[in-house]
Ligand binder design. Structure first.
Ligand code: ATP
Ligand code: MG
Length: 381
């Protein structure tokens, strides 16, 4: 605890509050796979200036903090929100749909930190295979903020990117202590130099007129099932904005309604509201509006009906995953990691395929299943 307060430079009174509020969580499972770390903790809530998901690590010769990835605010209408926030040019990047990972280096190795500040064994194993470690020899204080996407994502499995395993797309390079982001042109040149994939840059345009351009990009991305865009200041001095396609809003709803009792009502309401603002702004004709209504209605009802069918046939409501590991011990670590994150799952015995250990698991959505089962037996809501 002491080293956390010290690393964060907290006065004794704040350090006490940190302890009392019980927001410090162990961020890793000690194991030789993480040889450079003596202790690691993360914050489960925002604390003063520190974001949720900040990580504090003690290595043999230093205490290191890795700041949380900042929240990105959302535009509900493109006009006038974009031109009000930005002056001059904006860069429009694709918002990729996976999970947020910060790649950092401690001692001799690369580590992958997920959004809430945990060091993830699976993602770390994959990151060590993907990233050129020379980058951190030159820039030990930087973190690579990326989206991890692909079919073998333990959190957000997606087929739309055509990535069978998991791949990392860098979207920001930040100083891990101050959270200051490099200007986008430097991010791009460093990524090119070290062979990192980046989130696609779709356009650079004047903020004044960006709403038209973004609208056409969003329609095109949506038609391909892609999530949306993040609108950024080229210098990264102004905080970015995000905006998503209707297909992505509906994709979220589809997921949330299948597991409706695990998801907060806010999650669902906010996505429905987004659809309304988009429809309003895009001045849709009757046919386009009808299509949107159908898409939204299907996204809400069809998944719930499927869940009710599953439960009434005596099946569980599950989400299926398949991951591959080089190292069997990392596979076991990852199971323990999920357990600590409160994820309830049913694991198959690992199988070997092409030199990898394959882990299949079903994430059990107990709350939704119990609710449905209760109702179909004749109980009242
Ligand atoms: P938050 O709004 O707190 O950032 P969230 O999980 O609710 O988190 P999302 O709606 O997924 O947020 O949008 C923000 C996330 O988008 C980022 O945390 C990042 O993981 C992801 N992302 C994907 N592509 C980009 C990109 N090009 N630039 C920035 N973030 C991106
Ligand atoms: Mg996301």
């Amino acid at each position: 605890m002491n080293f956390i307060a010290e690393a964060l430079n907290l006065p004794p009174s704040s350090a006490r509050r940190l302890e009392e509020r019980n927001i410090v969580r162990p961020a890793l499972i000690n194991h030789p796979f993480f040889p450079d770390i003596l202790e690691a903790y993360c914050l489960g809530k925002k604390f003063g200036e520190f974001e949720e998901g900040i990580l504090v690590v003690r290595t043999e010769n230093a205490s290191i903090i890795v700041r949380g990835y900042p929240k990105i605010r959302r535009a509900l209408t493109l006009y006038p929100t974009v031109k009000r926030r930005f002056k001059g040019d904006v860069v429009i990047e694709e918002k990729m749909n996976g999970y947020n990972v910060r790649i950092v280096n401690f001692g001799e190795n690369i580590y992958a930190v997920t959004r809430r500040g945990f060091i993830c064994p699976y993602t770390t194993e994959k990151a060590r295979e993907s990233f050129n470690p020379d980058f951190f020899k030159g820039f030990p204080e930087f973190m690579l903020c990326c989206e991890a996407v692909g079919e073998e994502s333990p959190f957000v499995p997606k087929k739309i990117y055509g990535i069978k395993g998991i791949d990392f797309f860098v979207f920001d390079i930040r100083d891990m202590r101050t959270n200051i982001a490099l200007p986008l042109n430097i991010k791009m040149s460093l990524s090119e130099e070290y062979g990192f994939k980046i989130a696609p840059v779709l356009s650079e345009t004047e903020a004044e007129k960006a709403h038209e351009k973004i609208k056409s990009i969003i329609l095109e991305l949506g038609a391909r099932g892609r999530e949306g865009v993040v609108i950024k200041d080229p210098q990264m001095k102004v905080e970015p904005l995000k905006y998503t396609s209707s297909q992505s809003n509906c994709g979220d709803l589809n997921y949330a309604f299948r597991y409706f009792n695990e998801y907060a009502k806010d999650f669902m309401l906010s996505r429905i509201v987004r659809e309304a603002f988009q429809s309003f702004e895009f001045e849709e004709d009757e046919e386009e509006l009808r299509k949107r209504c159908l898409r939204l209605g299907e996204a809400i009802l069809i998944p719930i009906i499927r869940s009710i069918e599953d439960v009434s046939k005596g099946n569980k409501v599950v989400e299926e995953h398949r991951l591959k590991f080089r190292n069997l011990e990392v596979l076991e670590l990852f199971k323990e990691h999920l357990r600590r994150m409160g994820i309830d799952a049913n694991y198959s015995e690992p199988e070997i395929e092409d030199g990898y250990h394959i882990l299949k698991f079903e994430r059990y959505m107990k709350s939704t299943a119990d609710k449905i089962s209760h109702l179909v037996k004749g109980n009242v809501w």
